[in-house]
Design a protein around this ligand. Structure first.
Ligand code: AMP
Ligand code: MG
Length: 391
């Protein structure tokens, strides 16, 4: 059997970061910056008012001053503020020459012809200085940053319309199994509803990639090959579930083994021992052939597919763990790394869920963590420290 680490290492040695492309800002959310973004100008570009109020010379207040002009945000023709004068000014409007402070409207009678200001104002009050957010030429985001809403904001804020990014990988998810029917349709004898394609497509999206659920192809290797042919055009990666174990009617194994570019292995883990991985087509699109049991396919996704998607996005690939104290004893098969489902609590304990079968999807849905038991450990006593992967 192959170790979990060796299997992951092969996957990470095979997948490549996606090539950068230039995208409109509207399409850049969730992508990874492939360039350093800097600002061509200082931000703010000019000194401006931080409040609605009056631009004055601080030495002239308190007192009653004539209001000689009104400046709104966006104004470009400004009268200078002479001694003893005030200009009514709005938040974001440029500071007129001559003025050295802004008196908030709340400190005044709000007059428009003349204004009564009843307290002192410090020089520089309520002025946002040019460049106090960003200097001209300053890098505001480095290559490798994932673009979220605030990152998108600063890219727009430095005037960019398009940006070089690594896109989100497009991942097609295919279920196999003659027993599968779509949720929402009635079950016949021997049938179950297809859950893996929903789980895996959602997991892809949660991993920052685009997931496309292609549905089920039954157990016919020819139908699978046909579907792969269709989807390879638009996919950066493909995930299948089922059809990779030791029985008959294993369509993924039957369809892909002869190609010679996809290998099927037993990986020393529980759940999820049978795993296939390789590449397809001229573009060498990675394919992850995950086992069919719902818990197995999900755990396999977390361990192998998620880090691969991180690499394709140009991000670091580690799977983070935290240490917790287990409440209850655990058993694990010798020579295999176990990933037991548990509930991690805020007090630093993790409680194993009761149903640990690889088909027991409801128990997985009640868990929020995987408890990792190393290969050489077969029994973990109640209260022991364990490593945990958060889900
Ligand atoms: P297989 O790896 O194809 O032998 O499937 C192993 C187990 O997982 C069988 O009990 C299948 O019925 C089940 N299974 C396979 N695919 C799915 C799926 N898409 N949704 C739910 N269960 C599945
Ligand atoms: Mg099957």
């Amino acid at each position: 059997m192959r170790s979990v680490d060796a299997h992951l290492a092969e996957i990470l040695a095979t997948v490549r970061p996606l090539a950068p492309l230039e995208l409109e800002l509207e399409r850049a959310l969730g992508t990874t910056l492939a360039e350093d973004v800097s600002s061509p100008v200082p931000l703010p570009p000019f000194d401006n008012s931080a409040m609605d109020g009056y631009a004055v010379r601080a030495e002239d207040v308190p007192g009653t001053l004539p209001v000689i002009d009104d400046v709104a945000a966006g104004s470009d023709e400004l009268r200078a503020v002479g001694p003893g004068h005030a200009v009514r000014i709005m938040t974001g409007a440029p500071m007129p020459a001559g003025a050295d402070s802004v008196v908030p409207v709340e400190w005044t009678d709000g007059g428009t012809v003349s204004v009564l200001i009843n307290r002192d104002v410090p020089v520089g009050n309520a002025i946002r200085r040019a460049g106090e957010d960003v200097q001209a030429g300053e890098v505001v985001l480095k290559a490798g940053t994932v673009i979220g809403p605030a990152q998108l904001g600063i890219i727009a804020g430095v005037g960019r319309r398009r940006v070089w990014v690594r896109p989100q990988p497009r991942v097609v998810v295919i279920s196999t199994g003659a027993e599968l029917v779509e949720p929402g349709t009635p079950l016949g004898r021997g049938q179950i509803w297809d859950s893996n394609s929903f789980t895996l497509t959602a997991a892809v999206r949660e991993a920052g990639a685009e997931g496309f659920r292609a549905g089920s192809v039954g157990d016919d290797p020819a139908v699978l090959l046909d579907q792969l042919d269709t989807h390879l055009m638009r996919a950066d990666a493909i995930i299948t579930s089922g059809g990779v174990s030791m029985g008959a009617y294993e369509p993924v194994k039957e369809a892909l083994s002869p190609l010679g570019t996809v290998r099927f292995e037993k990986v020393a883990m529980q759940p999820g021992m049978p795993q296939g991985f390789g590449v397809l087509g001229d573009d060498r699109v990675p394919i992850f052939a995950l086992p069919g049991n719902p818990v197995s396919s999900f755990v396999s996704f977390m361990l192998f597919v998620r880090p691969a998607l991180d690499k394709m996005r140009g991000l670091p690939t580690g799977t983070a763990t935290v240490t917790a104290r287990v409440t209850g004893a655990l058993r694990s098969p010798s020579g295999r790394r176990s990933f037991l489902r548990g509930v991690l609590a805020s007090d630093g304990t993790v409680a194993p869920v009761h149903r640990q079968g690889s088909h027991q999807l409801a128990a997985l849905a009640s868990a929020n963590a995987l408890i990792v038991v190393p290969e050489d450990v077969t029994e973990v006593p109640d209260g022991a420290a364990v490593e945990v992967i958060r889900l």
